[in-house]
Design a protein around this ligand. Structure first.
Ligand SMILES: *Cc1c(COP(=O)(O)O)cnc(C)c1O
Length: 227
């Protein structure tokens, strides 16, 4: 069930901090998304391709965010409508998004995912890879004419240790700033640092997040038994 009071309170807090709220609706039914939509929420995040495609019957002005690991061979299914791909973790994926955006005669905004967590299982690039992809992208604007790198995204370690989480967000923010004030200096579109989930969004905002991805706080716990 959607927690309407939590949404209202969170929205107020985030608006004051100029942080965008992506409501993470993965595994949640269309009816609950519609409930948040009716309150005024427009940005929703998903991380299963088929589920996201099935949800396209919802209002057309929803801005869909793909927040999980995206397989190259599935880009084509979401390319016609996706608003922002958060977790680009290879040059190959960026190339494919560019290609599918071209085929659909549109532009797709993306973020590069920096690996900041201690866990090895989490996807993401290291800083050297981020720099090299960003350079390729900027050197060949005619090649990358259908994607726009808007910033970075990262996921902190799943730990109760707030200081550890803070350090990881600081690492992401430092990399974001370095790019913003360096390679992307004259690119005002490079403006998004996606970090923070239900458990750690306040730390993320204190460390400079511009976009948070929040699910369970709004929709309640997820049933992950078959995902
Ligand atoms: C599920 C998910 C979230 C939301 O997590 P909550 O703890 O429910 O807020 C945020 N980001 C990503 C990448 C996710 O997969």
């Amino acid at each position: 069930m959607v927690n309407e009071a939590a949404w209202r309170e969170l929205k107020k807090e985030l608006d004051a901090a100029k942080v965008t709220l992506v409501a993470v609706s993965k595994t949640k039914p269309a009816a609950e998304i519609q409930e948040l939509y009716d309150l005024g929420q427009r940005d929703f995040g998903e991380n299963y391709v088929q589920e996201l495609v099935d949800k396209q019957a919802l209002p057309a002005d929803i801005q869909w965010h793909y927040i999980g690991h995206l397989q190259t061979n599935k880009v084509k299914y979401i390319a016609p409508f996706i608003h922002l791909v958060h977790a680009v973790d290879s040059q190959k994926l960026l190339d494919e998004i560019n290609k599918q955006a071209y085929k659909n005669n549109r532009f797709i905004d993306v973020l590069l995912q920096l690996h900041i967590a201690k866990e090895e299982t989490k996807f993401g690039l290291d800083e050297v890879d981020i720099m090299s992809i960003a350079q390729q992208y900027l050197i060949y604007p005619d090649v990358y004419a259908h994607v726009r790198i808007r910033g970075l995204m990262g996921m902190a370690s799943l730990t109760e240790d707030t200081e550890q989480v803070r350090k990881e967000f600081q690492q992401l923010q430092a990399c974001f700033r370095e790019l913003k004030e360096g390679l992307f200096l004259n690119k005002p579109y490079f403006d998004t640092c996606s970090m923070g989930m239900s458990a750690d969004y306040q730390t993320a905002i204190a460390e400079g997040s511009t976009m948070v991805r929040i699910g369970s706080m709004l929709f309640g716990a997820r049933d992950n038994s078959n995902k």
